[in-house]
Design a protein around this ligand. Structure first.
Ligand code: SAH
Length: 248
């Protein structure tokens, strides 16, 4: 049980595996106005940057669950670096169906709503770990500009146009699920570049160091195509944001 290797090649140099910058994450954390001691569950916690920095800066405590052994190790290392091992812990595991033993104040899934088969299922999953009156964070793509056709949607690494909604549509969906959207932090094109463009140098360095690896041809092809594809499609059409929700 692990994340396919291509992801860890592309994102080996990332602390944040989504299109928000450290500054945007810090602002988001503060914007939630939650007290020190807030208990967090973070499903698909990646390398743990959100939980570790919020533990350091805001006094939150909690657990992250992620299917990547490498990212989970990086999260554990980061907790040591930031001196928050007494507040946060990271577990390697499948987050699909994961429910906290004790209800938490803040339940998060930032950039992995497939663990609940989409937004609605992930909201339901997080709700099972949340105390009444608690807050939820969902990180999810939306169409910044609606692609003119299915081809363009697929070029954004979507399976089709129907994968995502425009921003107002996504926000309406949260409302239809019975939640108030109480805060949000959106990526912009520059912060997307920190996520996407940073992968190119990681791929290049990996290729230079692993020319004979069985994955080298695939990585070589991706590095050759990805910068033009990303700038033509994803950077223009795909938005991404984290939405804070409270049940009505
Ligand atoms: N929330 C983190 C990571 C987002 S990237 C951040 O914002 O930095 C998506 C993450 O989902 C990756 O870390 C990947 O390993 C994890 N993931 C994918 N499928 C998963 C599953 N079934 N259970 C737990 N984690 C999963």
């Amino acid at each position: 049980m692990d994340l396919p290797r291509i992801f860890t090649i592309r994102e080996s140099g990332h602390r944040i595996h989504n299109p928000l910058t450290p500054a945007k994450f810090a602002t988001l954390g503060e914007s939630l106005r939650l007290a020190p001691g807030t208990r967090v569950l973070d499903l698909a916690s990646g390398s743990g940057e959100m939980l570790c920095t919020w533990a350091r800066d805001l006094g939150f405590t909690g657990t992250g669950v992620d299917i990547s052994t490498l990212f989970t190790e990086q999260a554990q290392t980061r907790a040591v670096e930031l001196g928050v091992t007494d507040r946060v812990g990271f577990v390697h595991g499948d987050a699909a169906g994961h429910v906290a033993d004790e209800p938490v104040d803040l339940a998060c899934c930032v950039g992995a709503t497939w663990i609940g088969n989409g937004v609605a299922g992930t909201v339901e999953l997080l709700d099972r770990s949340l105390r009444p009156g608690g807050m939820m964070l969902i990180g999810e793509p939306y169409w910044r500009r609606t692609p003119p056709d299915e081809e363009t949607a697929k070029a954004c690494h979507a399976t089709g146009l129907a994968d995502f909604l425009p921003l107002h549509g996504l926000i309406e969906q949260f409302g239809d699920l019975g939640y108030d959207v109480v805060e949000m932090m959106l990526a912009d094109q520059d912060s997307w570049d920190r996520y996407a463009a940073a992968q190119w140098l990681s791929m290049r360095r990996w290729l230079d160091q692993n020319p004979d690896d069985e994955m080298a041809p695939e990585v070589r092809e991706e590095l050759a195509d990805e910068p033009a594809r990303y700038t033509r499609y994803t950077r223009e059409y795909l938005g991404w944001g984290v939405f804070a929700l409270m049940k009505r």
